[in-house]
Design a protein around this ligand. Structure first.
Ligand code: IPE
Ligand code: IPE
Ligand code: MG
Ligand code: MG
Ligand code: MG
Length: 260
């Protein structure tokens, strides 16, 4: 569990939680727990994503994958236990976080990680190998497998405060656009970057015949689409009426212009 979580990784999801909490002037102690919880779910999803029954990858965050280092059974169990730990963190016995906030955080994370979110999207991803998907189908898959957890990061940060309906709607739109942009860029980097820069094996999507934004649109149009989504994310932030959305804005730029 420590090997999977404690070094490497951009920590994008925790940064989104903290930035959203800052934007709504929320409870920072709750946000720190939410930030760690979402990263634990993400790290577990990577451990399982890399296993031989899924993407069969040997490199992650610049190190041998967990199943390569510890064997498949322990990788499976480490993932299971990271998932449980995430929810344990969100429901502390006495940390000055209201029961209502704890329940909201658990609900948002559970919905994003489960069958209608990450795990469901991963199932679609595996079923799509060797098939060509329409843009609507690909968007749906990406929204679930990756977008849901990123959007939930934003909404969990927001749930640490008490934003009004307009702010919430704007943050939701921001998270949705950013979440999709993230996986479009992941698809692009799989083709354009090298394994050393990525810390994971480049070129895997084509090698495994996965439908991606690059296989569907080509590199240039996929890149243009990521920029459109960045504009959409920025525009949504503009509708929140919140005073300080600078960190969220910068994170959206980072998602689209990142090199790994
Ligand atoms: C990689 O996510 C897996 C996807 C959801 C596409 P990240 O690119 O955020 O991975 P780390 O956390 O930086 O290792
Ligand atoms: C993974 O998508 C999404 C997860 C839920 C982990 P990918 O399979 O494209 O992620 P990488 O490229 O291996 O990081
Ligand atoms: Mg995968
Ligand atoms: Mg993978
Ligand atoms: Mg990928």
């Amino acid at each position: 569990m420590r090997y999977a979580v404690l070094d490497g990784g951009k920590r994008l999801r925790p940064l989104l939680v903290m930035a959203a909490c800052e934007a709504v002037d929320g409870n920072e102690a709750a946000a720190l727990r939410a930030a760690c919880a979402v990263e634990l779910i993400h790290a577990y999803s990577l451990v399982h994503d890399d296993m031989p029954c899924m993407d069969n990858d040997v490199l992650r965050r610049g190190k041998p994958t967990v199943h390569v280092a510890f064997g498949e059974a322990r990788a499976l169990l480490a993932g299971d236990a990271l998932q449980a730990l995430a929810f344990e963190l969100l429901a502390p016995a006495d940390a000055g976080i209201s029961d209502r906030t704890q329940a909201s955080l658990c609900r948002l994370l559970a919905q994003a990680a489960g069958g209608s979110g990450m795990a469901g999207g991963q199932a679609i991803d595996l079923a799509a190998v060797g098939k060509s998907l329409s843009e609507a189908e690909l968007r749906h898959m990406h929204r679930l497998k990756t977008g849901a957890l990123l959007q939930a990061s934003v909404m969990m940060g927001a749930a640490c405060g008490e934003p009004g309906a307009q702010a919430l709607a704007g943050l939701e739109g921001y998270g949705r656009a950013l979440g999709l942009a993230f996986q479009v860029v992941d698809d692009i980097l799989d083709v354009t970057a090298d394994s050393a820069t990525l810390g994971k094996t480049a070129g895997k999507d084509a090698a495994q015949d996965k439908p991606t934004y690059v296989s569907l649109l080509g590199l240039e149009r996929a890149g243009a689409h990521a920029l459109e989504l960045l504009d959409e994310a920025r525009a949504a932030l503009g509708t929140t009426g919140l005073a300080d959305t600078r960190a969220l804005r910068e994170l959206a730029e980072m998602v689209v212009h990142r090199e790994n």
